[in-house]
Design a protein around this ligand. Structure first.
Ligand SMILES: [Zn+2]
Length: 310
């Protein structure tokens, strides 16, 4: 119904459109699902539909203000430089802004990565969620809903998003990047693990893609029974560079998944190999979750190195 310009997520967009159309907007929304699949872009478009007098025309003064981030009645909670959490002062600050007079139809607050609330900040927000001022809307997104207080979750309209299927992503990316060869598209989509944001980033950034490919070659050795010191050296290299850990985990997931799929297709996998790959996949996922909670990265990755080969 509206000009979202969003890839996929048809069902979720319909839910939102239904709320708008039937005048049944919740006072708070929480979009959950994996990172880099467009949740925050959808949140921003949602705001745009509500604030623009023409429901998202991308041309009027309101739309232009929203694009620039200068719309007076739309407040995006930004993370402070170098801070991992959303603090109570930030919540108090936005609540104060909520109570100021507005020029538009709505006062809207956008919060990205809502799992970062400190318990005090979450409790402070809770009061507003219980008794919101009229014509206000709080839209939050999170990659990790399990880290949010149940009391928050029970007071919002929860909309769940999931990663795209590999086939869907390949189809969309080959349309978005018609110049790119099929082999690269296939590889990128597989590396992106169903995340459109990640796929686009890799297709637009040749250096990043090259780095992912190098990581792939190194990780192939990781799966072999070779000497442990070599694997620990790779862990060392990964830890030495910023942001390399995510790359390491993404590529490792991709590698193990494709070994598993190939093995199943060629019927060449023994039962113990199959079990090994499956438990490795869940170990990688556990590691990802542990690292979000500031667990010692070296220990976590070395543990993976120890268990990588059969
Ligand atoms: Zn407009």
């Amino acid at each position: 119904m509206y000009n979202w310009k969003i890839i996929g997520h048809k069902k979720q967009l319909e839910l939102i459109e239904h709320d708008i159309k039937s005048n049944r907007l919740a006072h708070a929304y929480l979009f959950t699902g994996p990172s880099s699949i467009g949740k925050f872009s959808i949140a921003r478009m949602f705001v745009n539909i509500l604030q623009c007098p023409n429901n998202l025309c991308r041309q009027c003064p309101t739309c232009l203000q929203l694009q620039k981030g200068s719309h007076p009645d739309t407040i995006t909670l930004k993370t402070e430089e170098g801070s991992e959490s959303i603090k109570i002062e930030q919540i108090r600050d936005i609540i104060a802004k909520l109570n100021m007079t507005k020029q538009s139809k709505f006062k809207i607050i956008l919060i990205k990565k809502a799992e970062r609330f400190t318990p005090e900040a979450a409790n402070c927000l809770l009061k507003t969620l219980e008794e919101p001022p009229p014509h206000t809307l709080i839209i939050m997104t999170t990659d990790n809903v399990r880290e949010l207080l149940p009391t928050i979750i029970s007071r919002v309209r929860l909309i769940k998003f999931s990663a795209y299927s590999n086939r869907f992503l390949k189809d969309k990316m080959s349309k978005l990047f018609p110049e790119t060869g099929k082999e690269t598209i296939d590889q990128v989509c597989s590396l992106a693990l169903g995340k459109s944001g990640k796929a686009i980033k890799l297709l637009k950034n040749a250096d990043l893609l090259a780095s992912y490919r190098t990581m792939y070659t190194m990780l192939c050795e990781f799966l072999e029974p070779g000497p442990l010191y070599k694997k620990f050296r790779l862990v060392e290299e990964v830890l030495a560079e910023n942001n390399k850990v995510t790359e390491f985990l993404d590529v490792f997931t991709h590698l193990v998944r494709s070994r598993l799929h190939q093995g199943i297709e060629n019927k060449k996998l023994t039962t113990s190999e199959r079990q090994h790959f499956l438990s490795l996949l869940s170990l990688i996922e556990d590691t990802r979750q542990l690292l979000k909670r500031n667990i010692n990265a070296r220990l976590a990755l070395e543990n993976l190195a120890l268990k990588a080969s059969l």
